[in-house]
Design a protein around this ligand. Structure first.
Ligand SMILES: NC(=O)c1ccc[n+]([C@@H]2O[C@H](COP(=O)([O-])OP(=O)(O)OC[C@H]3O[C@@H](n4cnc5c(N)ncnc54)[C@H](O)[C@@H]3O)[C@@H](O)[C@H]2O)c1
Length: 356
């Protein structure tokens, strides 16, 4: 019988890219579990669902009875958890679903993993976390796996809580779980509320490009496929209870990223030939940049020291920023149907996360 893997959150951005990566690089049978919130969409894995190697269960990871049934039916060898509420701005507006999915959901999964390992001693799991648990950096230094946790947003606090639960289940029950803490991802199929797709789609429509605060916040960007490669490596070769920071050593300010996106959009769709730009009387995408009120509690700088996963597991990213941004912008321009399908009736690119 083939190896069976559960990927939770597999209809979201990183999850759908991971399902693709696992499909292409293993012979595993993949069970995607996803609540299909506004951020999850069957469109992101529709082609893969045509294969009898991939199936989808619409289920909330915090629903213990439903998740127990799924585990009993699937009898997984592996689990990778990406199911989460993920948008910091939404966590500022209403943190309830973040607490439910990101904390209670992880508790439920850990209990099921604890039980599963009794039936299948080879069972292992990866919990996908974020670098945001470490808080904000000054101009120097990087987050390592020993950096103390200091989350600053409700989202980051919920992820930090989940990481502590994993630690406790490893220490107390010996449940075999690894944790990855990754920096900002970018690539195809990211929900258009996030910086990169939002800027590309707004630019194409000649809408304002809203940059928070002074735009000098620094993020360490990683192409999503490199993250997926790292997650799979940790699943196969990682040590239970160990954290692995994953990052591209790729620091850019938000304003730099937005300007790069403008340049890339210009290559595909010159402003001079874009009717919406003409109508607005705008000759350059960069003229659409508008500085808006900053996000409350906005972390200034994230940077990852990924030497543990590089040295111990031999992982390294293969995409550089120029290559990754070019592929990403091309993907959004070539997939207007996906962009429309995932946002229709759910999100109109409005500003979120202002403390009233
Ligand atoms: N995007 C990034 O830059 C980044 C960086 C580091 C870590 N992460 C982590 O990676 C994971 C995936 O992030 P993403 O960017 O793909 O997020 P996403 O918002 O695009 O996708 C999340 C998916 O989880 C599903 N989901 C939400 N709550 C659920 C629940 N209770 N039960 C089942 N499914 C549920 C959603 O429907 C969606 O398909 C998250 O845990 C996030 O914290 C993301």
């Amino acid at each position: 019988m083939s190896i069976r893997i559960i990927i939770t959150g597999g209809a979201g951005f990183i999850g759908s890219n991971l399902v693709r990566h696992v499909f292409d690089n293993t012979s595993y049978h993949i069970v995607v579990i996803d609540k299909l919130t506004y951020a999850g969409s069957t469109e992101s894995i529709a082609d893969l669902l045509e294969s009898d190697r991939v199936e989808l269960e619409q289920c909330d990871i915090a629903d213990r009875a439903a998740m127990t049934r799924v585990f009993e039916r699937c009898m997984p060898d592996y689990l990778i958890n990406l199911a989460a509420e993920t948008h910091v701005d939404r966590s500022i507006d209403d943190a309830e679903s973040f607490m439910q999915s990101n904390i209670i959901g992880v508790y439920v999964l850990l209990e099921l993993c604890r039980q599963r390992v009794r039936e299948n001693p080879g069972f292992r799991a990866v919990h996908v976390s974020t670098d945001e648990v470490y808080g904000s950096l000054g101009t120097e230094g990087c987050f390592s796996e020993t950096t103390p946790y200091a989350p600053n947003s409700p989202y980051a606090a919920s992820k930090a809580s989940a990481d502590h639960l994993v630690r406790a289940w490893v220490k107390t029950y010996g449940t075999p779980v690894m944790v990855t803490n990754c920096s900002n991802n970018y690539g195809p199929r990211q929900y258009p509320e996030k910086l990169i797709p939002l800027m590309v789609l707004n630019a194409l429509e000649a809408a304002e490009l809203p940059v928070y605060g002074d735009g000098l916040q620094i993020r360490d960007w990683l192409y999503v496929e490199d993250h997926c490669h790292g997650i799979l490596k940790v699943l196969h070769e990682g040590e239970s209870g160990r954290h692995y920071n994953i990052g591209g050593n790729n620091e850019y300010t938000n304003i730099d990223i937005v300007k790069r996106l403008c340049t890339e959009v210009e290559k595909h769709c010159p402003a001079a030939g874009n009717k919406a730009m003409k109508k607005r009387g705008c000759s350059s995408y960069q003229n659409l940049i508008t500085f808006v009120e900053d996000r409350p509690g906005h972390d200034r700088r994230y940077a990852i020291d990924a030497s543990r996963i590089r040295n111990e597991l031999g992982w390294s990213p293969v995409h550089d920023m120029a290559d990754g941004i070019a592929k990403t912008v091309a993907w959004y321009i070539q997939h207007p149907d996906w962009c429309q399908a995932v946002t229709k009736g759910r999100y109109a690119r409005q500003r979120l996360g202002i403390v009233g």
